[in-house]
Write a new protein. Structure first.
Lengths: 189, 361
């Protein structure tokens, strides 16, 4: 899903050549995942866009130093997280928000049940199961599955251990499997 | 049975994090748990998400809003279509120029906007030495650029403009090779200085054309508005102040202007040339209207301009033809039509092989 080489190339072009085309590509690549990530914190699509936009503006203004950023992906997610937390603080809604208080929105699945060897009903139940995961579990599940992030990257972004990621993903998958098994028993009866 | 371990391993496999040993371990565990085959297969099937195509469009809209926001904050980025229209070059009589057509043509012609950077220190200190930005056009194409200080520069074919990364902070100095029209943003604190091989031009805020192609015998600055101060390379003490509608010509080839036998640059101040009855039909800036205008110009000189204009090479098999003189305007004509038009007033033949043109008897 992510093309590390593309990102590296855009990063270099923005930093060295003030390349607006690369900046646009980078934005288009990261906008939606980052905006959704921001929504988890600020719970509003508009504010989330503002957060991501702020991060991109500061990235452009500090583009000369961009070459020194080791993992731009992690840098972007962490910047979005920090900017979102600052927003919350300013709005005095909350002084801080923990990973267990995030409201994670998942991508609507674009899947054809027939191709998945599953009934539409089963897919709906799976979605409901994922939707019902606790925030910590859900955000980790989402960042791995939808955003294609590595365990180490997520650990850095969310400030959790790799062990936590192992655990949380296992919990999520086991829960989905339970739904599937129930369905299996129903249909084989 | 340790189900948790299985799901951890499945998770790692799906995430692309599993090592070879872990994959082997998972295979063994799954063999012991046939009941898990169906859910594991089903989960693997639904694991991959396909990106929603609407998200790209959403991103593009957000990008437009981002750029607008940045421009509102005064950050120099993205000159959108509306701004390009607003920046339409106007002469004093306020007549609008066909800039959009020009911009489109430049895009089609494959404008090469290269931003190059290099470092000064050969010792290899990777510190932040000032890098250099470069805007360049190939022969046959033109482009426009907005500099960090808000000044606009239109680059004619086969030209190069460079400036340091600190441009706009405490200096406004650029280097030009080729031809460009400058619309300089006013800033009394930092004069805008353009360096060319033979002449430096210093301005405070004005509009003028500067032509300094490396192969040309003459360097020329034509002033339309404001005032500029020119100083010649090698004669730093002398400063020539130009008034609107004046132009300065500098040559290092004495025969081009004078009969003086000297290697020093030779300079002359003349009035700009009008190519038609209208007041605003100025030869010197006609390239900005996508026109190639020539008035009593030798074929040799015109051929050099046509080379840049059309991105071709022109050679004279018959040297006598170089002396032919032409007056006219090319606008929409392609190179073949242009040559045919020239043939109507003078006797010569030509052959075209790709982009190579040979003029013969």
């Amino acid at each position: 899903m992510f093309h590390a080489n593309d990102i590296k190339e855009w990063q270099r072009r923005i930093s060295l050549y003030d390349d607006e085309v690369a900046y646009r590509e980078l934005f288009l690549h990261f906008y939606k995942p980052l905006q959704k990530f921001a929504v988890s914190f600020v719970k509003s699509a508009e504010t989330a866009e503002e957060v991501v936009s702020d991060v991109f503006i500061s990235l452009w203004e500090r583009r000369q130093q961009l070459e020194n950023v080791n993992n731009l992906q992690v840098y972007m997610y962490v910047s979005v997280k920090n900017t979102a937390l600052k927003y919350l603080l300013r709005q005095k809604k909350q002084s801080a928000i923990t990973i267990d208080e995030l409201s994670v929105e998942l991508a609507s699945p674009h899947q054809d049940p027939e191709q998945m060897l599953l009934t539409a009903e089963m897919l709906t139940r799976i979605e409901a199961a994922i939707e019902g995961l606790p925030p910590r579990c859900k955000i980790i599940f989402k960042l791995i599955r939808e955003d294609g992030l590595k365990y180490k990257e997520i650990a850095e972004i969310l400030n959790v251990s790799v062990k936590t990621i192992d655990n949380q993903l296992a919990v999520a998958l086991a829960k989905i499997a339970r739904v599937l098994n129930v369905q299996l028993k129903k249909s084989s009866r | 049975m340790n189900n948790k371990r299985i799901w951890e391993l499945i998770g790692r496999k799906l995430a692309g994090e599993a090592s070879a040993e872990e994959l082997q371990e998972l295979e063994g565990l799954l063999r012991e748990h046939p009941d898990l085959h169906f859910p594991v297969e089903a989960i693997s099937n639904i694991w991959k998400t396909t990106p929603d195509p609407a998200e790209r469009a959403e991103g593009e809209e957000a990008h437009t809003r981002l750029i607008n926001r940045m421009q509102e904050r005064g950050i120099s980025i993205g000159l959108p279509a509306e701004e390009q229209q607003a920046a339409v070059f106007q002469l004093e009589d306020g007549k609008r120029r066909s800039w959009l057509r020009y911009v489109a043509a430049a895009a089609v012609a494959g404008v090469l906007i290269a931003a190059a950077a290099w470092w000064w220190q050969p010792s290899g200190k990777a510190a932040h030495s000032p890098a250099i930005s470069e805007v360049a056009t190939r022969n046959g194409s033109r482009t426009s650029v907005q500099l960090p200080d808000g000044s606009h520069v239109w680059l004619n074919a086969g030209s190069k403009l460079t400036y340091g990364k600190d441009f706009g902070n405490n200096n406004r100095e650029v280097n030009l090779s080729g031809e460009a029209f400058f619309d300089i943003a006013k800033n009394a604190d930092y004069p805008f200085i353009i360096h060319t091989a033979r002449m430096d031009v210093k301005v405070l805020g004005t509009r003028f054309n500067l032509k300094a192609y490396p192969g040309d015998k003459i360097t020329e600055a034509t002033l339309l508005q404001g005032s500029i101060e020119a100083s010649l390379k090698g004669r730093p003490g002398e400063r020539i102040i130009l008034k609107p509608t004046e132009k300065i010509l500098v040559s290092d080839d004495s025969s081009a202007l004078h009969t003086l036998k000297t290697n020093e640059p030779v300079m002359a101040v003349k009035h700009l040339t009008y190519y038609a009855e209208q007041e605003d039909a100025i030869v010197e800036t006609s390239w900005m209207e996508n026109k190639l205008v020539f008035r009593d110009e030798s074929f040799a000189s015109l051929a050099a301009r046509m080379e840049r204009w059309y991105g071709v090479t022109i050679q004279f098999a018959d040297k006598q033809k170089e002396e032919l003189r032409f007056t006219g305007v090319f606008a929409q004509e392609n190179i073949q039509q242009a040559l045919q038009a020239l043939q109507m007033t003078a006797a010569f033949n030509y052959t075209i092989h790709g982009t190579e043109i040979i003029i013969n008897q």
